[in-house]
Each structure stands twice: as C-alpha cells, then as structure tokens.
Design a protein around this ligand. Structure first.
Ligand code: ZN
Length: 268
C-alpha cells in the first residue's frame, strides 16, 4: 500500500554561505558561489518529514531540538509544526534517524526523557556503533550519544543495505556522509519518493560532477552514494527531498537534450 501523505516538519532555519559547506570542482569559476545555483541565498531548513499511512505515523529525523549548539538559532518549532499537522508525540509509531548528527536527533530526548515514547526508533547499525564508540566523530556529533543513550530501549537497529520500516517505506544504507547514513525510500500513489537526509546537501551535488561537501566524513563514499541516488532517480523519476536543500524544495534529476543532467525543482 502506498503512503498517501508526506509533510515536511520544520524545526529551524539558518542562512548559510555555500562555501561553508560545499567544495566545488577544481574547474569551477572563482565566484562559483554567485552562480544561479545560489541565487537568492541558501536558507537551510532543519527538521524532519512526517509520513502517514492508514496505520503508521512515521517521523523521519527529529530536528535540531530545543538545546541547539552555540551559534545556531534554536527556533525549535518541530513540536508546534507536528501539532499543526494534527499529530501528537504519542501518535508517532516510528522515528527513522537517517544518520546520527545533532540536527537529526535533537528532539528525541529533551530534558533527558524520550519524547516519542511509543515509537520504535530506527538507526542503522553502522551509525549506532560509530557514535557509541566516540569520542570525536567529527562535526555535528557533539552530544548525540547522550541523546541516543536516553532512547536506547526504543531503538531498533537496522542492518544491511535495506530495512523495511513499514509497508512502502524502507531505510537504505548509502554510506559516506556518516558510516550508517541512510535514505528513506517511499512508494507513494504519485510515484517513488526518496528522502535523502544529508546524502546530498544541495542539488548541485547530484547533477554536476566533482563537487563535495565539508560535512561528509568519507568524501569518496559520499560521492559514490550520490551517484547511485542520482542515477536511480533519473531512471525512476523519483521525487527527491534533501534535508537541507535551499528552502526545502524537492526536485527531480532529468537529462536535457544535450545529455546533461539537470535539477528540476518541484513546487508542492
Ligand atoms: Zn543535517
């Protein structure tokens, strides 16, 4: 059965400079950050997505949370925005953690107590083992194990390359950004949807070769994972949502008449 609804659940936003995050190919112009890709600036969302089917309410990623790291504005809207969608924390049946960075687990245990107390929390084994073995797993990992340790009784470890979460919803290992980084692949009545998490920080990483991101732990692995996603999406026509794409806009990978990959942004 297809998942009828996918809704973004915003927690916070930050305006970022492209060169804080992206590394262009060597051939890029020196003013690459002023190209049309970055017109209007990059307002980066942080939050999650809510998937609702007849019997499941699945939150994919849990935002930055109420105790944001220094230097980031903690607007902490996730709970309010869940409420606007008509969902209480008790109604969430599953939380899928695409990867163990602080901006994806922030609401799991505010004040040290599990917030989604009736939900199974799905984390990939490769990320679980990596963050548990800390310290110093890199940017974005401070405090993450403190949070995950508080929900460990609720965690179901995913392993292998693909884990079915519910009918039409699966986690898929696409390592690189972190060792256990996953996408969430969803079959909807409008066709396939891929929630990328941070597999790609920006659409340019999916359609132009040679880009990388400071945020990826394993640059070569992350590039391979992005190529897998882009190649499949081009063939399947999947709608792709990136956790931090500018303005949260999803899109599709298409090929133009000249045989070049293009990003086709979709207004929902
Ligand atoms: Zn992130």
């Amino acid at each position: 059965m297809a998942v009828p609804r996918i809704d973004p659940v915003l927690d916070a936003e930050a305006r970022v400079e492209p060169n804080m995050i992206l590394v262009p190919p060597a051939s890029a112009a020196h003013d690459w950050h002023a190209s049309s890709w970055f017109e209007g600036g990059w307002v980066m969302p942080m939050g999650g997505y809510l998937l609702r089917s007849a019997d499941r309410t699945i939150l994919v990623d849990a935002g930055l949370g109420p105790e944001a790291p220094a230097g980031i504005d903690p607007s902490a809207q996730l709970l309010d925005n869940l409420g606007t969608l008509g969902v209480t924390t008790e109604e969430v049946t599953d939380v899928v953690v695409t990867h163990v960075h602080i901006d994806h687990v922030g609401w799991l245990a505010p004040q040290g107590q599990p917030l989604f107390e009736y939900a199974r929390h799905h984390v990939h084994a490769a990320d679980w083992d990596w963050i548990r073995s800390g310290p110093a797993s890199g940017a974005g990992t401070d405090g993450v194990w403190d949070i995950l340790g508080k929900v460990s009784d609720l965690v179901e470890i995913a392993s292998g390359s693909r884990t079915e979460i519910a009918d039409a919803v699966a986690m898929r290992l696409l390592a690189g950004h972190t060792p256990g980084n996953c996408t969430v692949d969803v079959e909807t009545s409008d066709g396939p949807v891929v929630l990328l998490g941070d597999t790609a920080y920006h659409p340019v990483l999916l359609v132009e070769g040679g880009w990388s991101s400071h945020a990826d732990l394993d640059h070569a692995g992350a590039a391979r994972s992005r190529e897998t996603v882009a190649d499949e999406a081009e063939r399947s026509g999947a709608l792709l949502f990136g956790a931090h794409f500018p303005g949260g806009a999803p899109g599709r990978v298409v090929r133009d008449g000249a045989g070049r990959r293009q990003w086709c942004s979709v207004t929902r």
